[in-house]
Design a protein around this ligand. Structure first.
Ligand SMILES: C[S@@+](CC[C@H](N)C(=O)[O-])C[C@H]1O[C@@H](n2cnc3c(N)ncnc32)[C@H](O)[C@@H]1O
Length: 275
């Protein structure tokens, strides 16, 4: 509890229950891992892993996987899933992507972070840490939402939400900058990686729920997703809850491709760094 008060980044992600959102991301998590072409033996770190959207399929493909996340509740949920699935080659532990104090140098062949490390507050430290813990000859793969891309669903959701919340503290660096090519090159550049070793491509992640419509989807984010919870709390104080909800529903409807439930394709920046 004390740690959460001292660390707003941790408090934000422990506030809700991201497992409720992650349940809609499993299909794409599996597809992304399949596209990595994992060939065991391989040691993999999943950074900002949540409850294992990508860590679980990584372990199922035979890699030896450590999931690191700042939120204690998600680490517990991940370890629960690993046990349920009988995955002895997967374990989750608490840690901060800005400073991976429990991880040695060159410990992993693959460092993966899908919409995870992008939310840590010190991006230059994050890049440095990802490079440090990856073996020379290994790779880093990141999935990051893209700012100002109308088809990058979460980025749009956060943009709308931010208009209803008080301005962030001075010095705050938006997580969305991890979706900007120049920022990515600069951050890994400072970590010692030449630009030729970094490649980026736009990819799509699906949010799917067959038995939930766009309104229920937004209500789920309102109930369980820390950043949206905060936006609604701030909107409540200003009597703007209905305005916020309406704007988010318009967004979800505009992106939804399912006639009966929810299927939202969301564009993201897929980054590969050869270390
Ligand atoms: C949007 S969720 C994505 C979770 C997971 N990668 C997935 O795709 O389901 C962001 C995750 O990043 C984690 N996170 C945020 N800041 C972090 C930090 N500084 N260090 C480690 N994890 C962090 C959160 O706790 C949360 O689990």
């Amino acid at each position: 509890m004390q740690a959460s008060i001292a660390n707003p980044n941790k408090a934000l992600w422990e506030k809700g229950d991201f497992t409720a959102i992650a349940a809609m991301m499993r299909e794409s998590g599996e597809a992304l891992v399949q596209s990595l072409g994992v060939k065991p033996p391989l040691r993999a770190l999943d950074l900002g892993c949540g409850d294992g959207t990508t860590a679980v399929p990584l372990a199922q493909s035979g890699a030896d996987v450590t999931g690191v996340d700042i939120a204690r509740n998600l680490v517990e949920a991940g370890n629960g899933r690993a046990e349920e699935l009988g995955l002895r080659n997967l374990h989750f532990e608490e840690g901060d992507a800005c400073n991976l104090i429990r991880v040695g140098d060159a410990a992993f062949d693959l460092t993966l972070s899908v919409f995870g490390a992008m939310f840590a507050p010190k991006p230059f430290d994050v890049a440095k840490e990802m490079v440090r813990v990856t073996k020379p000859g290994g790779r880093i793969v990141m999935g990051n939402w893209i700012p100002n891309d109308p088809t990058s669903f979460v980025s749009q959701l956060l943009k709308i939400s931010s208009a209803f919340t008080p301005p962030p503290p001075e010095g705050f660096i938006s997580p969305m900058t991890w979706g900007v090519e120049a920022s990515i090159v600069e951050r890994f550049g400072q970590a010692g990686i030449a630009a030729e070793k970094i490649s980026m491509v736009k990819d799509t992640f699906l949010f799917t729920s067959p038995d939930r419509g766009p309104e229920q989807l937004i209500d789920l984010f309102r109930q369980f997703y820390g950043p949206t919870m905060n936006a609604f709390e701030a909107a409540e104080k200003n009597g703007k809850v209905e305005e916020l909800r309406a704007q988010l529903i318009v967004l979800a409807k505009s992106q939804n491709t399912s006639g009966t439930g929810v299927s939202i394709p969301a564009t993201f920046m897929r980054v590969r760094v050869d270390v």
